[in-house]
Ligand binder design. Structure first.
Ligand code: NAD
Length: 395
């Protein structure tokens, strides 16, 4: 360095007291040295890489994600939140509820401080809570869009229950909001993270079924009067939005193709008031680009143990139950292979732990989730097409 004097801290000064130069020259030397050292110090700091200096001030990378639970109902309290208890990466850190007493009870179980309990009205205050990294939205379907968009505006990542929304426009607005806020959005298609479903995908991918020709699937249950799922404004539609979406999504992930034609039929058989606003039954057919045809049924009028059967030129694969919280079972009958039967051994809420931890990893490592907003949006577009072909409309 031009003009710098070679000296390091701790070393004696050259020309100390009693040396040849005398007291005056020592003082002059000290002054020069101090001014040069200060200049040298400033130059050294200026030359240090800026990133390193900023790094030193950055908070250490978090090893977990704090979730704010929006809506304390069956899926959140019975499955997702217990799933977080089994996790080191995903923690319940805040709650949003319209019922303070219920929120306080849950808060005690999950050690959520009272300052992290919110009502729907003061939801936007989550922006100021540093413990909250993400929200888990478990509200009636038509409320998903509003709370996802508000969460994105608060700078929080979003894990939103299926169906993503009740219209294509709302789903698109959610994707746009997350993109604008640079927050991540995952739609809770838990079967796409479940080991037995993943194995079925792999068997088909490897061609062990030969050429896949056809798929059959069904998923439904008997819905009782008074549920929000029968209210079009809250649910957006009937069993297709709630249960048929599992079959639709499975046909897509098993074939790894996007539907070319899709058509449905709706009906109401039980005219007892339950189906004044939403359909009771929907059957839909999908034709994929390869020629694979899928036929699916969904209902709120009968118990349908969710299943999928895939028929290929060399054999058949069956998932039954295919979409349950535990005990998912895969059987194969393939030419030249011994028949197999395999069941998921993990108990509920393991699927929720797996999905939450997957999303937490995406957030911690800044990766785009597999079942992101675009994946949910695709299903919303197919659902809209099915309803259109039935002569019904989404919002
Ligand atoms: P739920 O009725 O048990 O819970 C809904 C929650 O929303 C309740 O806490 C309720 O108080 C709150 N809420 C706020 N405003 C409301 C309003 N205006 N009307 C009714 N409730 C209101 O419902 P759920 O079965 O937990 O379903 C919630 C969401 O989770 C739905 O979108 C559903 O499709 C989805 N779900 C997903 C799975 C899955 O396996 N991924 C399973 C069940 C439900």
């Amino acid at each position: 360095m031009k003009g710098a004097v070679a000296w390091t801290a701790g070393q004696p000064l050259p020309h100390g007291r009693g040396s040849e130069g005398g007291r005056g020259s020592v003082r002059r030397y000290r002054k020069k040295l101090m001014s040069i050292s200060r200049r040298a110090f400033i130059q050294t700091v200026a030359a240090a890489p800026l990133a390193k200096l900023i790094d030193a001030q950055e908070e250490p990378k978090k090893d977990h994600v704090g979730y704010c639970i929006v809506g304390l109902g069956r899926i959140s309290m019975g499955h997702f939140m217990p799933g977080c208890l089994d996790s080191k990466k995903s923690r319940v850190v805040a709650l949003v509820s319209g019922h303070r007493d219920k929120a306080e009870k849950e808060a005690a179980k999950y050690k959520v401080p009272s300052g992290s309990l919110y009502s729907y009205d003061d939801f936007d205050k989550i922006a100021d809570n540093k413990e909250i990294d993400a929200v888990y939205i478990a509200l009636p379907n038509s409320m998903h869009a509003e709370y996802s968009i508000r969460a994105a505006k608060a700078g929080k990542h979003i894990l939103c229950e299926k169906p993503m929304a009740t219209s294509v426009a709302d789903a698109q607005a959610m994707v746009n909001a997350a993109r604008a806020a640079k927050t991540k959005l995952l739609i809770a298609y838990r079967c796409q993270y479940e080991a037995v479903n993943l194995e079925a995908i792999q068997i088909i991918k490897e061609g062990r079924l030969g050429t896949v020709q056809a798929i059959e699937s069904a998923n439904g249950f008997v819905e009782r009067a008074g549920e929000w799922r029968l209210n079009k404004k809250l649910a957006g539609g009937g069993p297709l939005m709630d249960m048929g979406i599992y079959s639709l999504n499975a046909c897509r992930y098993l074939t790894q193709e996007e539907p070319r034609y899709i058509e449905g039929f709706c009906s109401v058989i039980d005219h007892d008031g339950r189906f004044d606003e939403v359909e009771e039954n929907v059957s839909f057919m999908i034709r994929f680009p390869s020629g694979i045809v899928a036929s699916c049924n969904t209902t709120y009028g009968a118990q349908m143990d969710g299943y999928v059967r895939v028929h290929g030129s060399k054999g058949t694969l069956q998932l039954q139950p295919a979409f349950s919280y535990e005990g998912i079972k895969l059987t194969t009958h393939i030419q030249g292979e011994a028949d197999t039967e395999k069941a998921d051994k993990l108990n509920d809420p393991a699927q929720f732990t797996t999905m939450a931890d997957y999303f937490s990893d995406c957030i911690i490592n800044d990766q785009e989730p597999k079942t992101n907003g675009e994946e949910g949006l695709r299903d919303m577009k197919y659902i809209a097409e099915i309803y259109k072909s039935c002569g019904r409309q989404t919002f």
